[in-house]
Write a protein that binds this ligand. Structure first.
Ligand code: PMP
Length: 466
């Protein structure tokens, strides 16, 4: 059955999506933080289906709620009201500070960020959007312009979009924080643009900033950020997107206070600030429920997906009544599946479980334990360049050696990744060179399981050095 599955996959499924492993896994079952393959082997899931299974695979309470709701009502579309939507809206908005109280329910992170981009333009009546180098905000044609992780480049025939990406008016702010020395990627490129609020496109230049060093101080970041705002063509700033911690880019953190100052600079120029909480929200960072709270900032728009539904496709944009109204004045927005009774019932159950099972506190405790434990590997192995992160969002950056700070070649990282899998541990990957292992288990993980993961990872590294 395994080779038959691979054959079907190759024949009928899009080659655009590549499998994680040389010998891909065929997964059959999941229970909380564990996954089981077709032969009954078990794997500790340290990546949660890309940071999505927040409370545990097939969590009994969430599953029971979904089953009950399935017997009652699945779908109405957003033109009809239903109690699950109202219950969910109250629960979710209670978790956000004033004035972030108006919710748009959609189905994926990309959709949420698309919508946030339109809101920013509608509200500010400006066109230009700023995102960071190394950002990941989605894969839809619109959000691909915001995304800047090396592997997500688009090369379409000319006339079908920009040469390197289908890019709205996006400018790059400074970027850094990675341990590896950055390679000089593109410096400037031209792109044609998606329509602004009045439907017109613009032709602009997008600047890519070259990170001078991983250890830049906040002041340097701010200087670069100001330069983006003042000297680039980003004169008419509609919005600024930031992940509170960059996920796909390999757990990249900003210097303390940096986001606070960046938000102020954007607002001075009439733009709105958008926190992309797709990976960082719902208690994953431990100390706070939302990532933006760890920076002590208040965004104008918050986008969320992944962990919101524990694997059920749902997402949301939360904003202020004023911004919500400006979008309503500008366009008629509609989403067939967004906020279905099933999604809302599941969303409510997820929020209840996070509270009842004390999962935010667990993220904090187990995350701190894990960070300290895995950091020991930095001293033991020269190829472990950096171990960083917060709560249950941790990155281990692999290098050739600490002296050169060059990324460990992909084939070698692949081998360590594969070896961990064969020993029962599933890790994520990230970074421009795919050199960083990403750890983001379901939030029900225990310290005992962290010990198991540590031993597996450590033996994979030892094996690699032999
Ligand atoms: N924003 C962030 C920070 C993400 O990590 C992702 C997905 N990796 C997205 C947006 C896009 O979400 P989706 O894949 O649900 O469209």
């Amino acid at each position: 059955p395994y080779s038959r599955a691979l054959e079907i996959h190759k024949k009928h499924l899009s080659p655009v999506e590549t499998a994680y492993f040389q010998k891909p896994l065929l997964l059959h079952q999941g229970h909380m933080e564990w996954l089981f393959d077709s032969e009954g082997n078990r794997y500790l899931d340290f990546f949660s289906g890309i940071v999505t299974v927040s409370v545990g695979h097939c969590h009994p309470k969430v599953t029971a709620v979904a089953q009950t709701q399935m017997d009652r009502l699945w779908h109405t579309s957003s033109v009809f009201f239903h109690p699950q939507m109202h219950e969910y809206a109250e629960k979710l908005s209670a978790l956000l500070p004033e004035p972030l109280k108006v919710i748009f329910l959609v189905n994926s992170g990309s959709e949420a960020n698309d919508l946030a981009m339109m809101m920013a333009r509608a509200y500010s009546n400006h066109t230009d959007i700023i995102s960071f180098r190394g950002a990941y905000h989605g894969c839809s044609p619109y959000t691909l312009g915001l995304t800047n992780v090396g592997t997500f480049k688009v090369k379409l025939p000319s006339g079908m979009g920009c040469r390197s990406t289908m890019c709205p008016d996006v400018f790059r702010g400074p970027w850094g924080g990675s341990y590896c020395r950055d390679s000089p990627v593109q410096t400037v490129r031209k792109c044609s643009c998606a329509p602004g609020p009045n439907g017109q496109g613009r032709r602009v230049e997008c600047h890519f900033w070259i990170a001078a060093d991983c250890c830049q101080a906040k002041e340097q970041y701010i200087e670069q950020f100001k330069e983006t705002l003042n000297t680039s063509v980003a004169k008419s700033i509609a919005g600024f997107f930031a992940e509170p911690i960059q996920g796909v880019n390999g757990i990249v953190q900003y210097p303390k206070e940096f986001l606070k100052e960046a938000f102020a600079l954007v607002r001075e120029r009439g733009g709105v600030c958008i926190a992309d909480e797709v990976q960082t929200g719902f208690g994953r960072l431990g100390s706070h429920f939302w990532g933006f709270q760890t920076h002590d900032v208040l965004p104008d728009i918050v986008t969320m997906a992944k962990g919101i539904g524990n694997g059920f496709p749902m997402a949301a944009v939360v904003t202020t009544p004023e911004i919500a109204k400006s979008l309503a004045n500008c366009l008629h927005h509609f989403n067939t599946f967004g906020g279905s009774p099933l999604a809302c019932a599941i969303g409510s159950a997820v929020l209840e479980v996070i509270k009842e099972d004390n999962l935010q506190k667990n993220s904090q405790e187990v995350g701190t334990y894990m960070l300290l434990k895995f950091a020991e590997l930095r001293d033991e192995f020269d190829i472990v360049g950096d171990v960083r992160g917060k709560g249950l969002m941790i990155g281990i950056e692999m290098v050739q050696d600490k002296m050169s700070r060059q990324p460990l070649p992909k084939t070698e990282v692949n081998q360590i990744h594969e070896d961990c899998k064969d020993m029962g541990l599933l890790l994520g990957r990230g970074g421009i060179f795919s050199q960083t292992f990403r750890i983001a288990p379901p939030m029900c993980i225990t310290k005992l399981e962290v010990d198991f993961a540590f031993e597996v990872f450590r033996s994979a590294l030892t094996q690699h050095m032999e």
